[in-house]
Design a protein around this ligand. Structure first.
Ligand SMILES: C[S@@+](CC[C@H](N)C(=O)[O-])C[C@H]1O[C@@H](n2cnc3c(N)ncnc32)[C@H](O)[C@@H]1O
Length: 261
């Protein structure tokens, strides 16, 4: 069997098995309200968010680069005529327009894969969201935000965040060896591998190195302003408390509801 296929199929499946805390989806549904609207979800993956939005009656288009994740979304769209998904590199490719809301959730802001400078990719994402919205439309942006990224991202030692078996009988485990945060560049880099064993007993490793830019509240607010958004509401750690400026010590998650001017 093709090891690349086996490994990527396993990851897409295990992500959805393990990333199943639904409070972020319930929170989003509450912020959007009951009236069905036209939504573009960026980085929809296997549909963890897009599917419940469509089940709630919204008209949802999901874009993602990963065909293994997308296939999971595509299968579920068979029973949901108001859900469509397609493949795109959302930093490089054009987005469709005319949406009431753009959803950039599931921490996509710090999980972008692209060849573009990371900070520029984050800024581009917000500009493209403005371009995809109707006048008066809204951006829902939900991401990890901490007043002290060094404490969150400087981590040495072995750990595992996902393990389990997919529907092909492939067992896998992610093994991380830590990450380092540079407070000057705000870049965090880490090393990990996946340990994969197929159902016929073939075992192999998939090495991975990742890096991401960790934006500050001020940067994100600046990008939103430059793109013509006005922030209508903010939410601290999935509560009705707004974010403070500067952010409070207990902040770990920021959710922003911003309107295109
Ligand atoms: C952390 S997952 C979030 C998935 C989904 N929103 C959720 O919350 O379950 C990030 C997703 O972004 C996708 N992604 C990363 N960079 C991308 C890019 N440049 N263009 C399109 N999709 C991208 C990945 O394939 C992955 O499915």
């Amino acid at each position: 069997m093709n090891r690349d296929f086996i490994a990527k199929h396993w990851y897409a499946s295990i992500y959805e098995q393990m990333e199943n805390q639904t409070y972020d989806v319930e929170f989003l549904l509450r912020v959007l309200g009951p009236k069905p609207i036209n939504i573009l979800e960026i980085g929809c993956g296997g549909g963890r968010i897009a599917v419940p939005l469509a089940e709630a009656g919204h008209f949802v288009t999901g874009l993602d680069a990963d065909e293994y994740a997308l296939l999971r979304c595509y299968r579920q769209a068979r029973n949901l005529p108001n859900l469509r998904c397609g493949q795109a590199n959302v930093i490089q490719d054009e987005w469709a327009t005319g949406y009431d809301a753009v959803v950039i959730a599931g921490n996509f802001l710090i999980n972008i894969e692209s060849n573009v400078d990371y900070r520029l990719a984050q800024q581009t994402l917000i500009q493209k969201a403005a371009g995809a919205l109707l006048p008066g439309g809204h951006l829902y942006l939900d991401f990890d935000l901490s007043p002290n990224p060094s404490a969150v991202f400087n981590e040495i030692g072995e750990s595992s965040y996902f393990s389990g078996t997919d529907d092909l009988g492939t067992f896998g485990k992610t093994v991380s060896y830590g990450s380092v945060y540079d407070p000057v560049t705000q870049i965090c880099a880490g090393a990990e591998h996946w340990e994969i064993t197929t159902n016929s007993g073939d075992s192999f490793f998939v090495p991975d190195k990742w890096y991401k830019h960790i934006p500050t509240q001020r940067e994100v607010y600046g990008w939103l302003g430059e793109a013509g958004f006005s922030i209508e509401r903010t939410y601290l750690n999935y509560t009705d408390e707004p974010l403070t400026e500067p952010i409070a010590p207990e902040t770990w998650r920021a959710t922003i509801w911003a309107q295109k001017g």
